[in-house]
Design a binder for this molecule. Sequence first.
Ligand SMILES: [Zn+2]
Length: 338
Amino acid sequence: MDNYFGPGQSGPNNADNTFHSWTPVQKALQWSYNASSAQVCNTMGPTTSYNFLVNQLHFTTLEQSDNNIAAMAVGGQTRGVTVKEMTAGFQIFGNNGKYFKPYTFYYVEDHDGNIIQDNRSESSEQVIKGTTAGIMNHILQSVVSGGTGTAAAISGWQIFGKTGTSNMGSATPDSWFIGGTPKVVAGIWSGYEQMKDISWKTEYCKQIWRSLISQYLSGQTAVPFDLDPNIVERTYCKSSGLLAGDSCTDTAIGYYDKNNLPAVCNGGSDHKGNSETSSMISSSSSSETSSKTQTSSPQSSTSPNSGSSSHEQPTSSTPSPSSEVPSSSKAPTSSLSG
Ligand SMILES: [Zn+2]
């Protein structure tokens, strides 16, 4: 994308620094093809993302200057996003689109047994459609089952997740992993208090997440995500993003709102595989799902200014694991890759 980072500069790079032309949404998120996120954000307009993050996900650290494609598509905000708020944002993909305000305690009693703080009756807000959340859940499971987040996989459990790293020249000062299971969602940021390269250990946040959540899930019966019943599985054509037709040969399984299915590929002019001039994303699901893509990338190059935390799904009854991280202070202009 021209002038993505400013006059004369292009970007963003995909995580593997390779051009991929037309790319299904699922593959773009699985492998952190940041150009696809930037293209979606450009199509939607960054203000759509900005307003969603502020009004629906209740991010409190964004500034008006963050309302641009770089900050909204792959991160790079002036002050960043706290790990607590980032994790709370991601839990909508495990809760059928419902947002629950994050909190630290279930309840607090004084020495006489009076409950002086009680978070147990927190109500939720439906911030995206249940079908959209469930489709994104499926897509983000591929990150952990076979993409950039495989180090977080836990045998027997469905896990959705997203990785994130920042790039400052050749250095990588931040590494993120936000992951969700049918029981709990947790987020980890790793880095130094002062910006310093951690590129030799960007796997740490995934390993920490896996270690914590493995212990949390230990002894619990693995259950699948309880996703919206309107989601259906279909075979789609990877060359067009449409449902696979009889003459389509490059196909994959995708998930859709049964009331918002794409058209069937004609096997000819619908195919975009010969494009050499564009890295535009092609939709592997409903248009609404595509529109949410950019809001799900961990915003990196940030200054996580609170301890990391996890957000319980409402059905869980045990304390949520959390991991404290140091605060840090960053320049606002780093670029990102997953
Ligand atoms: Zn086709």
